[in-house]
Design a protein around this ligand. Structure first.
Ligand SMILES: [Zn+2]
Length: 272
């Protein structure tokens, strides 16, 4: 009887849920089918990077360099790169909108409940900072899985962490010296002036969900990014780079995000 109920209700649900998920997000179907699309081909030497045929040879060359720089940055930040996302580069906005809902920003990351992930780069996405940012989202997703990221990780931490490898918004000296591809430190007016800027007015408790973070106006989203970057930079300066994989390992082992986040900070303080 119990078996029959399972067969009658659970099995159809297992089939209907992924189909419903894809139906709700049609751009996911485009991402899943990118390897079969006549408009895309893999970047030479990088079989998981797909480039739209509209890209010039110069854009191909730049993309290869930027992906390498971003991957090295992720390896230094996390200790190793475990994420295996498919990267999709659309140099034209119309194509970008087909692969990333709304087509906003320079790039976006899409993680599937079953573990596959796609990073889509738009016309402004052929950039080491944008790629490192998206790869950082993918790294957290790969290490924790879709469900744990949704249930455990507040959006301010997910974004704040990605901003630590995105030097458009943060100073690399928070956790490393600038790498060879980075600009000179004196060229970061936004980070040099961070200490004299008024403190963001948002509370972390108001930035828990994706909707909290992105569901308002653009000014709110920028303040949300700033708040997230300030908080994670503060935490990272205390716990050090090793705190990042330590936090993710502890959550992957079933611990609560908030407990581990504060515990790592307390442990570091007591050792000083
Ligand atoms: Zn992000």
């Amino acid at each position: 009887m119990r078996g029959n109920v399972l067969l009658r209700y659970s099995l159809p649900l297992l089939i209907v849920l992924p189909i419903g998920f894809l139906f709700l997000y049609p751009q996911l179907i485009q991402c899943i089918r990118v390897s079969q699309s006549a408009n895309f081909r893999p970047l030479t030497g990088m079989p998981t990077v797909y480039v739209h045929q509209a890209a010039t040879s110069q854009q191909h060359k730049q993309l290869r360099q930027h992906v390498r720089t971003a991957q090295l940055r992720i390896k230094r930040f996390w200790g190793a790169q475990r994420g295996g996302a498919i990267l999709i580069y659309c140099p034209q906005q119309a194509d970008y909108e087909q692969y990333c809902a709304g087509g906003e920003g320079a790039g976006c990351s899409l993680g599937m409940p079953w573990g596959d992930s796609y990073l889509v780069l738009g016309p402004d996405g052929n950039n080491a900072d944008v790629i490192a940012h998206e790869l950082c989202h993918d790294e957290l997703f790969t290490r924790l899985g879709w469900w744990r990221v949704k249930r455990q990780i507040p959006q301010w931490f997910n974004e704040g962490l990605a901003l630590m490898v995105d030097y458009r918004f943060s100073n690399p000296t928070i956790w490393e010296h600038p790498d060879s591809s980075s600009r000179n430190r004196s060229e970061w007016p936004e980070t040099r002036s961070m200490h004299i800027r008024p403190r963001p007015m948002l509370k972390l408790s108001e930035l828990e969900t994706t909707h909290d973070f992105f569901g308002n106006n653009p000014t709110h989203t920028m303040l949300a990014y700033q708040t997230a970057a300030d908080e994670v930079a503060r935490w990272l300066a205390k716990v050090g780079r090793a705190g990042v994989p330590a936090l993710s390992n502890a959550i992957a082992n079933g611990n609560d995000f908030s407990n581990v986040y504060h515990r790592l900070e307390r442990e570091k303080k007591s050792r000083l």
